[in-house]
Write a protein that binds this ligand. Structure first.
Ligand code: HEM
Length: 415
């Protein structure tokens, strides 16, 4: 596509844009060549789908940090992508409660403050021994088999058990949650068809029904868990309504489940494909912190997020009109050679850099400290306990998502 002198201020002509098909199976399997092409073509891409797409580190970061860019889909009047998202059962419309991820200040500030305490690095460090136990237990179960599916045996169960224990969901109920957050997470994709909705709506209702029961139980039997904490906040100052409480619980599940699973899956695959780096981590487990950051940068579980302009504005020389929706390519930014040397290589010792896998600005991932600890412990345990671990296939299948990139399965021999 020819270079444009300056980005137009209206949404692009659907016939004149750059082809960007996030549902293309080739893109789902390996989005990075296409992200690279887009990143090198122009700064603000008008795509065939009627979206603006940003792919350069500096631009993505600037948009995420700009208070004039809203996370609330209601601002994206002109964005076809975000209009589709509004069909999400717990996305804000006039009747529904604000959800932190899709809220702007002041609602966002209030909701985030309420949840923040449970997720500070200090609070999460206290969970480290328990998370280690869960990881060890999951790996113990695989040892005798001599093989495992990293996704089914470690990556998916680990974050569910952790978030259930944090919130206070009894272990015997955890089986029920399998699949619910995955079904809802598909709603984050740019194209939400009837099949996705058919699964997501009942899943959200299942969550609400489940938490309604648990909340009733906690009223008579308060515990030292996050759910009781949220309920007491509500009782103290009426700052969290019942509907907001449901929304918060669902958000924590959906935002923390598949993302963390994909960190473990994508990260393990990257280690297996870069054996020298696998061996490096095995030989020096103190690399786990840096390694987790590098694996997040290299193949981030959340490929993109969206914002819309609340007014006509200019950021970094990019002009947007009020209502314009922008897809921020986090994964593309993480491989921007302007920001990272040799971005397509996995270099565990690269050091803790400013990748955008957890976003940036006020919506920076609330669960980042927790996800980091889960990743660090999982990568360390797998490389320590299974030094000869090998993939059983060169080409493991991906789930169909675009926004959340992750494997459907990753079968390995334990050696
Ligand atoms: C590797 C795992 C994870 C990744 C890659 C990830 C990624 C992200 C990203 C990119 C955002 C910002 C979205 C935006 O700006 O539009 C975000 C927000 C959020 N994440 Fe995570 N996340 C992960 C794990 C978790 C976990 C474990 C939890 C909680 C249990 C969590 C809870 C949240 C919440 C509540 C928000 C909204 C924060 C806000 O709006 O202020 N995430 N996450």
């Amino acid at each position: 596509m020819a270079e444009r002198a300056a980005p137009a201020r209206q949404m692009p002509d659907p016939d004149g844009g750059v082809a960007f098909d996030p549902a293309d199976p080739a893109f789902v399997r390996n989005p990075y060549p296409r992200w690279a092409e887009l990143r090198e073509s122009e700064r603000l891409l008008a795509t065939d789908e009627g979206m603006w797409v940003l792919t350069r580190f500096e631009d993505v970061q600037a948009v995420l940090r700009d208070a004039r860019m809203s996370s609330n889909p209601r601002h994206a009047e002109d964005s076809r992508r975000l209009r589709r998202q509004q069909r999400m059962p717990f996305l804000p419309d006039d009747a529904s409660p604000p959800v932190m991820l899709f809220a702007d200040p002041p609602d966002h500030t209030r909701l985030r403050r309420l949840a923040n305490k449970a997720f500070t690095p200090k609070a999460v460090e206290r969970l480290r021994p328990r998370i280690q136990e869960i990881v060890d237990d999951l790996l113990d179960r695989a040892v005798d088999r001599g093989e495992m599916d990293v996704m089914a045996d470690v990556a998916f169960p680990l974050p569910v058990v952790v978030i259930c224990e944090l919130l206070g969901v009894p272990a015997e109920d955890q089986e029920q949650f399998k699949g619910w957050s995955t079904d809802i997470a598909r709603m984050l994709d740019p194209v939400v068809d009837g099949t996705i909705l058919e699964r997501a709506v009942p899943a959200a209702l299942n969550f609400v029904q489940y938490f309604a029961g648990l909340i009733e139980e906690r009223k008579t039997n308060p515990r030292d868990d996050l759910l009781t904490g949220f309920m007491q906040v509500e009782a103290d100052g009426e700052r969290l309504s019942q509907a907001e409480l449901f929304a918060m619980c669902i958000l924590l599940f959906v935002a923390g489940h598949e993302t963390t699973a994909n960190l473990i899956g994508n990260g393990t695959l990257a280690l297996l494909r870069n054996r020298d780096q696998f061996d490096l981590l095995r030989a020096d487990p103190s690399l786990a912190v840096a390694a987790t950051e590098e694996l997040l940068r290299f193949d981030p579980p959340v490929q993109a997020t969206a914002r819309s302009a609340t007014e006509d504005l200019e950021i970094n020389g990019l002009r947007l009109a009020k209502g314009d929706g922008v897809v921020c390519g986090l994964a593309a930014a993480n491989r921007d050679p302007r920001a990272f040397k040799d971005p397509d290589r996995v270099v565990l010792a690269r050091g803790r850099g400013t990748h955008l896998a957890f976003g940036s600005g006020i919506h920076y991932c609330l669960g980042a400290p927790l996800a980091r600890v889960e990743g660090q412990l999982a990568f360390t345990a797998m490389t320590q306990r299974f030094p000869e671990m090998e993939p059983q296939t060169d080409d493991p299948p991906y789930r169909e998502h675009f926004v959340l990139r992750g494997l459907a399965s990753l079968p390995v021999r334990l050696g």
